[in-house]
Design a protein around this ligand. Structure first.
Ligand code: WT7
Length: 630
């Protein structure tokens, strides 16, 4: 069935058995691997679509990440930090514990209480996980914003979460340049009076202006007391909000809880990565995305693992940076994205071959489908044919992995490009429009049929939207919005988004978000955005724009203005590859833009039924725009 029958010698059949007989008591057992202040009365309160896990139990994420390791691992490195510019720092579990308690005291002195929100806009420096864990210690809900988002995007998020404190840095390094984060924050909060203080970490020492709201991290921390007992929080206490793109104009605030989320991460981190005390774990994700929350911060620290944290761009100063880091720190487990791998692969085999990568024993991939040829390259050139590769499927909303090979649990044959099997405790199917399971090897919608502990609590401030987006298409089942197929061995193949969400370099971008940005330009009447395949980025963004009547501006000037607008309103990650100015968009007679058509044309697929189309000329105009591109 597969030539890749490679494992790490684990053969735990009991876990699968336990999980298949009763998923609730299965997770009950897993939750006991964490340290609870008091135990729960009810394992699962399932009132679809709301799941409460370990009801009545009290717990603290920061306690489980740090305090529990003080007895045996106080001097063990938690974070081996590598700055983009070559700086490095080692933080032991004791260092982290002290810093987190100090910052918790600082936050408390600034008025932060249990239940408050704190926005964190930091580069990949140790102060980022320290800030998250300090919030968790108090029971404040952290909301981390990726440092590539623009001031306008940040403002939306701070307004939505009503954070009264923002933690940022003077700047951050990216490809040798200093990104002036403090300036972006000044801009974002200029008319948000409810933001009381901004804490500023000095990373790059670039010149910044300080107002009366601003406080320097070092000054606050210098005087702070380093003892702060962790709050005993309900299992369902909100640990964080993370904004992500969906099919509507505004990003959604995905809200995660504590006890369930930690249980999911503790379990999946162990099963997927086979984590051992001697491992050096390296996940390349930015903490601004969920992969960083779950598998840079919470997963590794719950296990008392040593991990590498890298500050900058993966290809700076050149495309061998990752291989250099693996060699330098003797990384044993490496977790990255298909986009990064495609980029590395383009540079050939000589670069990775000139480094000692022999410490590696397990490789992982996340964020988008991995092309089988990239998988094979990863296996052969990076893993030297001895490391299993886990292709982990999950989402911001799921909290942790739901589909992945689990070398820490069992050896199964791997297939390049397949996520393999659901994790224990999950019932997952591929279904048609009416929810019937499709035959093997048939493309359909991925469907999660039972609740799991890492699942989101709700969307921040919008229970109805939470229901409508994920739980209304199929009764009492979670609809993730992905296409998939299940082969005759029961392996899952993830086939990309089934909705209007793009994956550009693994980053999730909503077409509606981009369209509402474009139409807010004075000269634009309408727009439609779609993705087209790209060899390295997976997908790139194409926009069609219909101008208002009587607009006489030069289109190249308009194109420039619109690009700047996207950069300002959302951020550079949403940059369009091409903007086409057309006279009309393909629409149904009832006036809905037929994105299906755009997608089909863009992907060179047959257009299918167009009987509902209002005006065929729109299609030919778009078709010729694409033909020009080829
Ligand atoms: C979407 C979720 C997973 C955390 C980082 C991204 C796509 C994710 C895979 C994979 C194929 C994948 C899906 C999913 N995706 N992992 N291994 N194979 N597709 O989280 O930004 O919330 O995006 O990423 O389309 O729905 P996210």
């Amino acid at each position: 069935m597969s030539e890749f029958n490679i494992g790490l010698g684990n053969n735990d059949t009991q876990t699968r058995k336990d999980a298949s007989s009763d998923f609730v008591s299965f997770w009950d057992k897993q939750a006991k691997n964490l340290s609870w202040f008091s135990t729960w009365e009810k394992t699962l309160d399932w009132n679809p679509p709301f799941a409460k896990w370990f009801v009545g139990g009290t717990i603290n994420a920061s306690y489980n990440a740090l305090d529990i390791h003080q007895k045996n691992k106080a001097e063990k490195p938690a974070i081996l930090w590598e700055g983009e510019n070559g700086d490095s720092r080692v933080l032991t579990y004791n260092d982290m514990w002290k810093q987190v308690q100090k910052l918790a005291n600082v936050l408390k002195s600034l008025g932060v209480k249990k239940g408050d929100r704190v926005t964190i806009y930091l580069p990949m420096i140790p102060e980022l996980p320290i800030s998250m864990l300090a919030c968790a210690r108090i029971g404040a809900t952290h909301t981390v914003i990726f440092s590539g988002f623009s001031a306008a995007a940040i403002k939306d998020r701070i307004e939505d979460s009503k954070s009264k404190i923002v933690i940022t840095a003077d700047g951050g390094y990216r490809r040798g340049n200093v990104i002036k984060l403090k300036e972006v924050i000044d801009d974002a909060i200029s008319d948000l009076d409810f933001v009381q203080n901004v804490i500023v970490v000095e990373r790059t020492k670039n010149k910044i202006s300080l107002s009366s709201k601003d406080k320097l991290w070092n000054q606050l921390m210098g005087n702070a007391f380093d003892v702060f007992p962790a709050e005993k929080l309900d299992s369902t206490h909100p640990l964080y909000i993370l904004y992500t793109s969906g099919t509507t104009g505004k990003p959604k605030g995905v809200l995660h809880g504590t006890g369930g989320y930690l249980t999911h991460l503790h379990s999946t981190f162990k099963w997927a990565f086979d984590i051992k005390d001697s491992d050096v774990f390296f996940c390349t994700a930015d903490i601004g995305w969920v992969t960083g929350h779950s598998y840079v911060v919470y997963g590794p620290l719950l296990h008392g693992a040593t991990e590498v944290m890298y500050e900058g761009a993966p290809d700076f100063p050149n495309a061998s940076r990752m291989w250099g880091i693996i060699e330098k720190y003797k990384v044993t487990i490496f977790y990255t994205t298909p986009t990064a791998l495609r980029m590395f692969m383009k540079f050939g085999n000589d670069l990775p071959n000139s480094f000692d990568l022999s410490s590696l024993r397990l490789l992982g991939s996340v964020g988008e489908p991995i092309n089988p040829e990239v998988w094979r390259w990863y296996f052969k050139i990076i893993g030297k044919e001895k490391c299993p590769i886990i292709d982990t499927w999950w989402q911001t909303e799921t909290g942790g992995m739901l589909i992945s090979a689990l070398p820490g649990l069992e050896t199964i044959p791997l297939k390049p490009g397949s996520g393999t099997l659901p994790i224990p405790g999950l019932k997952i199917s591929v279904v048609d429009e009416s929810g019937n399971e499709v035959p093997a090897n048939t493309k359909g919608y991925l469907l999660i049929k039972n609740p799991w502990p890492g699942m989101l609590l709700t969307l921040w401030g919008d229970d109805k939207k939470y229901h409508d987006v994920y739980w209304s298409k199929y009764k009492n089942c979670y609809y993730p919005g992905d296409y998939a197929l299940k082969d005759s061995d029961g392996y899952f193949w993830l086939l990309g988004r089934a909705d209007d969400v793009l994956k550009v370099s693994g980053h999730r971008i909503g077409t509606a978000e981009l369209e509402s940005c474009l139409v807010s330009h004075n000269d634009v009447a309408e727009s439609a955005v779609c993705g087209i395949p790209d060899e390295i980025k997976g997908e790139i963004i194409i926009a069609f724009v219909v101008l208002k009547q009587n607009v006489t501006k030069d289109v190249s000037l308009l194109e420039k203005e619109l690009s700047i607008k996207i950069r300002n309103d959302i951020g550079a990650i949403a940059t369009t590859q091409q903007i086409y100015f057309v006279s009309k968009l393909p629409k149904t007679r009832s006036g809905k833009i037929m994105r299906r058509l755009l997608k089909a044309i863009a992907n060179n697929e047959t257009i299918g039924d167009v009987s509902t189309l209002e005006d065929g000329a729109a299609v030919s105009e778009i078709q010729s725009a694409f033909d020009e591109l080829k």
